[in-house]
Design a protein around this ligand. Structure first.
Ligand SMILES: [Fe+2]
Length: 305
């Protein structure tokens, strides 16, 4: 299996693709206020959903996949037809409209546009989102008091070398498989992860943070990132507890390729994500042909947070 299993895929009915194509030009641009989609813009986008039974079916299916506490906490929307039919600019706006039906679009990074381009840079740390190596399992903006509720990645250009598999794993089930003493260490405010600056809409810096905050999956987070492991003391039991959690996450992880137009949405309260290395010989691939994803976040509406 190379693409995501069909259980997790959400195709768009042709009628919905047509409707979005007709409406996208006249709908307002996705203007932001304090890093979030402006309320009047969100309301205009939502009127399209309210008028379309097909849109409501798609939204219900996504919400079931994303928010069922016993589910896997992710969905892959097939938005390729939006990009194919309407081009990258209008197609991106149509994808924004679609995502705004699942949560409120959130930019988080002040220095980037709402959709942050994640190209492939061979000169930076390979484990970073725009690197070419193994990007270990993590949630995004882990060291914030309010990490984004959902993280979305739209594949605009897959790795021409055919690799860079996406990884996802269900956090809550992995935590349940740990010992009580491991969970006790993870509940201590003893963990650090990198810098925190130029961010809006994600609360304050949380440093040190606990991996387990003791809250339910609808409110709290499992603040896990394997990227903090290389800087941790091997002899500290807090480190062993994180390693145990990583082992459980890897043991049950799902692995698949995102194709052109695949939009993966991950509920960060339930699910971590990562990426396997891109294929070899990236140096011979011109930069404008290397893998390109667009990233955006969503803030859950209060009722379904
Ligand atoms: Fe990420």
């Amino acid at each position: 299996m190379t693409t995501a299993p069909s259980t997790f895929r959400v195709p768009l009915p042709d009628t919905l693709v047509d409707l979005l194509g007709k409406r996208v030009i006249d709908l307002p641009a996705p203007e932001l206020e304090l890093g979030l989609l402006r309320e009047d813009v969100r309301a205009a986008y939502d009127r399209v959903r309210a008028q379309s039974p097909e849109a409501q079916v798609v939204v219900r299916r996504c919400r079931d996949l994303l928010n069922d506490p016993d589910g896997d906490g992710f969905a892959v929307l097939e938005v390729g037809p939006l990009l194919d039919h309407y081009g990258l600019d209008e197609g991106q706006k149509a994808a924004t409209i679609l995502l705004s039906w699942l949560g409120r679009p959130l930019r988080a990074f002040d220095k980037w546009p709402l959709w942050k381009p994640l190209g492939t840079n061979l000169t930076i740390d390979p484990m970073r989102a725009t690197g070419s190596g193994y990007n270990p399992l993590h949630i995004d903006v882990v060291n914030a008091t309010e990490p984004p509720d959902y993280s979305a990645l739209l594949c605009v250009r897959p790795d021409p070398r055919g690799e860079g598999y996406s990884l996802v794993s269900q956090l809550r089930r992995a935590v349940d498989r740990l010992s009580e003493s491991e969970r006790a260490f993870l509940a201590e405010e003893a963990y650090h992860d990198g810098a925190f600056y130029d961010l809006t809409g994600v609360g304050k810096e949380y440093d040190p943070f606990p991996v387990l905050d003791g809250l339910s999956a609808s409110e709290g987070f499992v603040r896990f990132t394997a990227k903090m492991l290389p800087d941790m003391d091997l002899h500290d039991p807090h480190t062993s507890a994180v390693r145990a959690l990583e082992r459980e996450l890897i043991a049950e992880q799902k692995k698949f390729l995102l194709g052109f137009g695949d939009l993966i949405v991950v509920n960060q309260h339930l699910c971590v994500h990562g990426r396997e290395p891109l294929g070899g010989g990236q140096e011979e691939v011109p930069e404008e042909r290397r893998r390109l994803l667009w990233q955006m976040f969503l803030r859950a509406a209060k009722a379904d947070a």
